[in-house]
Design a protein around this ligand. Structure first.
Ligand code: 5MM
Length: 341
């Protein structure tokens, strides 16, 4: 596998004002979202939901790649076509979440380290055989009293870099996702400080492991005040803080930065992405796009409710949201025309 293959895939994932669709919820997370809407928490219901997404008419107009979960990449449409093939046939690059989840970090209460490096080389080879061309691994950093610790930042950055190197060895573009959580009452400034420290360490480790920066994508959090903070800063303040920290830490060789949504409302996530692209387009060396899960899926899930009769309406809502984010990437999102926040 040549470096050029990695570069070509990474470029294709950020081409044409499109973004990525994160549909890689583990069964536990997917079931939690279903339970809130009284949708049965079964493999069959999860398959139905993923079929609704993958077959949504027009999805490929705004989505370049979709991240699947292990269960999903082994499932098929009702017509018997593997989901990865259905995506590829629609012009969407199939990807796969390969981490095995964030587990308690020994000796560090309230912190986690993401596991899944053991056997990853073999798993990547199997996923490549199923059509995956890119992958994702999420490290989780919490802000709190005395948190995050350096130990937590270091182990998660190290694991992200080892994962990324293994992906590139397999010809798979790694999406490197260090998520600083928005849980808590911290300020925007504190999130900015932690996000910068985390990103700095992630790129130290990526360089130490020899990861080809041109053949990867970064999936960070936006810099936000904690959900419980009294002060909820303006869209412009979030845009300024986020891009300032990214410009300080993310090398220009990285082709794209694709945000996670992290629990923001669908409309705020779009408005903030739009503001960044409006204000900073000429200063950013990388494409600035989206890799949202909740901020694109939730409105559609609320409409679907597990009912076949609601599929078409839910698909429209999903494609409407991905379209809003495509517009935001191009700095053309019309917040007034979108639903109230
Ligand atoms: C889809 O959720 C992913 C994590 O799932 P698990 O916790 O079940 O393993 C997550 O990595 C997601 O891809 C990103 O955080 C983006 O999702 P949001 O909802 O933050 O945009």
């Amino acid at each position: 596998m040549t470096a050029q293959t990695l570069i070509d895939t990474a470029q294709a994932l950020v081409a044409g004002d499109k973004g990525l669709l994160a549909m890689d919820e583990s069964n536990a997370t997917c079931n939690k979202r279903f339970a809130a809407l009284n949708i049965p928490q079964t493999e069959s219901a999860r398959r139905d939901w993923r079929e609704l997404i993958v077959t949504a008419p027009g999805l490929a107009d705004s989505i370049s790649g979709a991240i699947l979960f292990d269960e999903t990449i082994r499932q098929t449409t009702n017509a018997g076509k593997p989901f990865a093939k259905a995506l590829a046939d629609a012009g969407i690059i199939p990807g796969i979440k390969v981490d095995m989840g964030a587990k308690p970090l020994a000796g560090h209460p309230g912190e986690t380290v993401t596991e899944g490096l053991d056997g990853l080389r073999e798993r990547l080879s199997e996923y490549v055989g199923m059509g995956a061309r890119f992958a994702k691994w999420r490290g989780v950093i919490a802000i709190g009293d005395g948190l995050p610790t350096r130990a937590c930042i270091d182990v998660n950055a190290h694991a992200l870099a080892r994962y990324a190197a293994l992906c590139q060895e397999a010809g798979v573009v790694p999406i490197v996702e260090p998520e600083v959580l928005m849980d808590g009452g911290h300020s925007l400034a504190r999130c900015a400080e932690v996000t910068e420290e985390v990103l700095r360490e992630v790129f130290v480790q990526l360089n130490a492991q020899g990861v080809l920066l041109e053949g990867m994508l970064l999936k960070p959090n936006m810099v936000l005040p904690g959900q419980g903070s009294q002060t909820q800063d303006s869209v412009d303040a979030v845009a300024d803080a986020t891009v300032t920290r990214l410009l300080r830490t993310v090398p220009a060789a990285v082709p794209g930065v694709a945000f996670l949504s992290g629990g923001q409302s669908a409309q705020l996530a779009s408005a903030r992405l739009n503001a960044m692209n409006v204000k900073f387009k000429s200063r950013m060396p990388w494409a600035l796009t989206f890799s949202f899960s909740r901020a694109v899926q939730q409105p559609a899930l609320d409409l679907w409710k597990g009912q076949a009769a609601n599929v078409a309406e839910a698909q429209k809502a999903l494609v409407f949201r991905t379209g809003c984010n495509k517009a935001a990437r191009g700095g053309r999102y019309d917040a007034q025309a979108d639903a109230p926040r």
